[in-house]
Design a protein around this ligand. Structure first.
Ligand SMILES: Nc1ncnc2c1ncn2[C@@H]1O[C@H](COP(=O)(O)OP(=O)(O)O)[C@@H](O)[C@H]1O
Ligand SMILES: [Mg+2]
Length: 274
């Protein structure tokens, strides 16, 4: 039996280049020097997040393995640099391994996503995973949405308060043994939180609305909507993490705004004793 790694296949493509995987290691290959700068920055952000999750239960990010400026070729095309990380294993659905994205905001959302996210899945656009809404997380991926919601809340607090990363445009997936996997720090921002003025700009970023891409993460598909059945679980996840993180008082400050945004009555939460 051969133990050679499989040759890498393309799992996604973007303006910057290609993402390839041999099943064990995923490599983000960048075309240009300009995008290599972003690639290197992403490696550093991923490392910060990886460190911040070390003692967090059931929340992970693929281990960042390295960033290399050595030129590589793939299918006859040249790439200037590469960021490597561990590969995330998908969840088996109908015998096929699928990456399941844990969507909290839209209960009806249930859609396969292609290598090109903006096009329907088809012969020229192979599937790369599934966007599973609250109902389908349990039905398809066998994971309790309440747990997913808690873990997303926890992940956000540890990224923001410990890694000091504003997790803009990151992806939340269902991982091994129902853990939560956080991916893609390309657009995430480093946000030092020295004082309460910094906290205020963080809050502003979080809840920013409108203006094309410039919306806060509170508006994205992974953050519970006002109607979400699991918003209390999400908040509880944030609360538990806030008590454990490096800056608990600043985390409390953040939580007040989140509770208000989600219409959560903190007093009744205390009595409910989740
Ligand atoms: N470590 C990984 N393991 C498995 N799949 C991955 C991994 N990293 C990325 N992917 C897949 O590639 C897709 C795009 O990767 P991402 O880092 O989000 O790139 P982009 O910057 O283009 O959004 C992800 O949605 C996921 O399907
Ligand atoms: Mg992405």
């Amino acid at each position: 039996m051969s133990s050679d790694p499989k040759s890498p296949v393309v799992i996604a493509a973007g303006g910057f280049g290609l993402i390839v995987s041999d099943g064990k290691v995923v490599t983000k290959l960048h075309h240009t020097a300009k995008s290599c700068k972003d690639g290197q920055a992403e490696f550093f952000k991923a490392r910060r997040v990886y460190e911040s999750f070390k003692d967090v239960r059931c929340v992970t990010t693929p281990k960042p393995l390295g960033f290399s400026m050595t030129e590589k070729a793939y299918n006859g095309k040249k790439f200037m640099c590469s960021f490597t990380m561990e590969a995330v294993r998908g969840v088996k659905i109908n015998g096929r391994e699928m990456l399941v994205h844990a969507v909290l905001s839209q209960p009806q959302f249930d859609k396969e996503i292609g290598q090109n996210q903006n096009k329907e899945v088809g012969p020229d656009n192979p599937t790369r995973g599934w966007h599973a809404g609250e109902k389908n997380l349990l039905a398809r991926a066998g994971v309790e949405p309440a747990k997913v919601a808690q873990r997303i809340g926890s992940a956000i607090v540890h990224m923001v308060m410990d890694a000091q990363i504003y997790p803009f445009d990151v992806e939340y997936l269902v991982g091994n043994k129902q853990s939560l996997v956080v991916l893609d720090f390309g657009m995430a921002e480093i946000i030092p939180l020295k004082d309460y003025a910094d906290m205020d700009s963080l809050v502003q970023k979080l809840f920013e609305v409108g203006g094309g891409d410039a919306v806060g993460i509170a508006d994205d598909i992974y953050y519970p909507s006002l109607e979400s059945e699991y918003k209390l679980d999400f908040y509880q996840g944030m609360k538990n993490a806030a008590a454990k993180c490096k800056m608990p008082e600043k985390a409390q400050y953040l939580l007040k705004y989140v509770a208000e945004d989600l219409g959560i009555d903190i007093q009744s939460m205390k009595r409910r004793k989740l």
